[in-house]
Design a protein around this ligand. Structure first.
Ligand code: NAD
Length: 429
């Protein structure tokens, strides 16, 4: 997230120093080797480095000294009890305090619980009497469309407690809100909570639709029709109503967990989110359960192809990916797993090691496999050569977590096709 924010701020003319304690990452970035795959990011980093507006350093303190505005964008992984682990945020605040010799604006951009900006302020103030401002500016960019989202945000949320900080933020964000999308100023606790509330709402929509999809299968309805029917209601809207194999990634699971934890600590029950989380855990098993049914529970030695390892398309992020849940369950049941992903093989290999076969091409994954599970909605899986797939698969069975194909068409082509919230079709010949 920090890399995207830094590159986009450099693109609008600011002098940006990207600082990270990971010296390997910094060395790579200096040579325009990015640690993540994100569409449009590489040219942005390369251009701004070449033009001298974007530099990278592992000397975090030195970067603080040379800056007027400091964004904290470090990770906030879940602690053992689900709450956000603020160790990295507070470590950066400590570094900032030690290197703050002139007034600065410090912005928490990481997703952090209410009260964190105050803790950051206190941590900095332990080391310095120089005045500084603290703001909360949660980031709403989506992985896979991060540059686009940062450049053209729906809105920018800024929590402030001084007009001076407001002016700094207005100046920084002016190029990104020219088309009229709002810069929404509010108090700091409200800004901190807004980010969690947004992610919890999106996760809720997904879990809701996944449960409706299960009901569709049980009653013989089609979730695609139901989605169109409810999405056209302006009070509901069409976005984020697609059922799937469960949400994953580095944000929704951890942010829902952190909000639930905050609710339970404050004795404010958040039953909706308990259900959202439980429904998602169940949903992440949906593709395995379907496959297991098709093979009457006997997957020992059966070859299964898996298309897509990233938690969603256009990213190489596999954190909490439903594809990994599926692969682990398949391996546990003795299946042989052959995977393909256009971008996420390197990241997935760190988790799966050599326990699966990595196919260089999507069709290679099908060779010697009895069935295919589609988990990530990569564009290249949307319109494949079905004849070729049929000839490669031992059994013409496709289990689809993303509803990419037309059931009637697949039945006509001789497939058994099992998708989410739609009727199961079998070869019509
Ligand atoms: N990934 C997203 O799409 C996204 C979107 C919105 C918000 N966020 C939030 O942004 C934050 C960061 O997420 P991410 O996915 O970019 O995490 P990440 O783990 O990919 O990156 C965090 C970076 O911080 C560095 N770091 C750790 N301690 C440091 C220190 N003391 N000084 C300097 N650098 C340090 C790490 O080396 C790492 O490179 C999280 O709070 C996340 O919830 C992420």
């Amino acid at each position: 997230m920090g890399l995207v924010v830094g590159a986009c701020l450099a693109e609008t003319g600011n002098d940006v120093i990207g600082a990270d304690v990971d010296a390997g990452k910094i060395a790579g970035l200096r040579e325009n080797r990015l640690p993540i795959y994100e569409p449009g990011l590489e040219p942005l980093v390369a251009r701004n480095q070449r033009d001298g507006r974007l530099t990278f350093t592992a000397d975090v303190g030195g970067a603080v000294e040379r800056s007027d505005v400091v964004f904290i964008a470090v990770g906030t992984p879940p602690d053992e009890d689900g709450s956000a682990d603020l160790r990295h945020v507070l470590a950066v605040a400590d570094t900032i305090g030690r290197h703050l010799q002139r007034p600065k604006t410090v912005i928490t951009k990481s997703t952090v619980p209410v009260g964190t900006a105050e803790r950051v302020r206190a941590q900095i103030a332990r080391h310095t009497s120089t005045p500084f401002h603290v703001c909360s500016n949660p980031e709403f960019l989506k992985e896979g469309a991060a540059v686009e989202d940062f450049m053209k945000p729906d809105r920018v949320v800024v929590g402030i407690d001084s007009p001076e900080a407001g002016r700094v933020m207005e100046e920084l964000y002016a190029p990104f809100v020219r088309t009229g999308n709002p810069l929404i100023f509010m108090d700091i606790p409200s800004a901190e909570l807004t980010k969690y509330a947004a992610n919890a709402m999106l996760a809720t929509r997904i879990s809701f639709m996944n449960q409706i999809a299960r009901l569709c299968e049980a009653v013989g309805a089609d979730v695609t029709q139901v989605r169109r029917g409810i999405g056209s209601d302006r009070r509901i809207g069409p976005a984020f109503l697609f059922p799937g194999p469960g949400y994953g990634g580095s944000c929704f699971p951890k942010d829902v967990a952190a909000l639930r934890r905050a609710g339970s600590e404050l004795r404010v029950p958040l039953e909706v989110l308990d259900a959202v989380s439980a429904a998602n855990e169940r949903q992440k098993r949906v593709l395995f359960d379907k496959l297991s049914r098709h093979f009457a529970g006997r997957l020992q030695g059966v070859g299964i192809a898996v298309w897509g390892l990233a938690f969603k398309a256009e990213t190489d992020d596999v954190r909490e990916s439903p594809a990994l849940t599926l692969v682990e369950a398949l391996l546990e049941s003795g299946a042989r797993v052959q995977v393909h992903d256009p971008e996420a093989v390197l990241t997935a290999r760190r988790v799966l090691g050599e326990r699966v076969h990595y196919a260089p091409h999507a069709y290679d994954a099908l060779e010697g496999a009895q069935a295919l599970a589609v988990v990530t909605e990569w564009r290249e899986y949307r319109n494949p050569d079905f004849e070729r797939m049929r000839s490669l698969l031992g059994r013409p069975l496709i289990v689809d977590g993303r509803n990419l194909y037309d059931p009637d068409k697949l039945a006509a082509l001789g497939f058994t096709y099992d998708s989410i919230g739609r009727r199961l079709v079998c070869a019509s010949s």
